[in-house]
Design a binder for this molecule. Sequence first.
Ligand code: MG
Ligand code: ZN
Length: 359
Amino acid sequence: MKNYIFLASAFLLFSCADKKVADAQPRKPKNIILLIGDGMGLAQVYAGMVANGDALNIERFKHIGFHKSYSFDNIITDSAAGATAFSCGEKSYNGAIGVGTDSLALETILETAEKKGLATALVATSSVTHATPACFIAHQKSRALDENIAADFLKTDIDVFIGGGKDFFEKRSDSLNLLEKLKTNGYGIANGDAEILAFTGTKLAGFIAPVQPDSASGTRGDILHKATQKAIEIVSKNPQGFFMMAEGSQIDWGGHANKQTYIIQEMLDFDKAIGKALDFAEKDGNTLVIVTADHETGGFAIMGGSIKDRIVESAFTTTHHTGVMIPVYAYGPGAEEFGGIYQNTDIYHKMMGLLGLKK
Ligand code: MG
Ligand code: ZN
């Protein structure tokens, strides 16, 4: 009896000590949702905040850092080199889609995640073949090769992709119908918001436009946050976890057009998607949400206005991108790793490490 009690208390002590060690280790996420606001610098975020009554979902983040956005050979990156840094962990040349400076393919975090059994998804308010989403699944020497990029979607068993660009899959110069191939590979093809949101299968190719979707204030409407939620709903069924990227693609286009209203409307649209991701992460407890941008667009500056009246007065210094550091917001297990100042490529390395995918 004495021996038994001794053994039992030794076991208790041992398991308590063991638990302490486990608690001391930083927790790791099972899932990552990366949200990219293309062209979203601090002024874009703050303009959205002012216009929305001094409040945005993005304020729910407690861990914030900055990344250095420059590309391999240019202090001002484009979206292709910017997204290749996030997806592959290397600074490449402007225009590069998932390739290094030698134009050779680099394995993306989405491809690695898929290989390791995680579910994967891409959502964008541009064509899915546009630079930002393309860099997570395609390998092309130039961002202009939309048809080649579309064909690359068939080389990885991605679970969900939603965006514009249907024409690049079915109205092609090589007359291949990639939609038929997608169906053969088990995808449900959904056309338009209603079909996408009603989808109940496990592999979804959802199209919201033949080429580039309209703006949030136009016919595109508020599909981004709904599509983000739909993608989460599908990929979160995988017990091994998931990696997904959702992009507010057109904040950048408002910057190029030097249109403040366009920027703010796209910013608020993107912030709603951020809200959906955070709602899921709060409930789930095992999901890391990261929000960042590839670069700033427009040299957008807030020159006046009124918090009370939700008015922003602004100015632009360019119709192109600028080279400023870009904020990174993180929530969930591993979020503390995103404080500080680091390279855009470090976002890839941090995500790979946290998901246990590091090679
Ligand atoms: Mg983009
Ligand atoms: Zn741009």
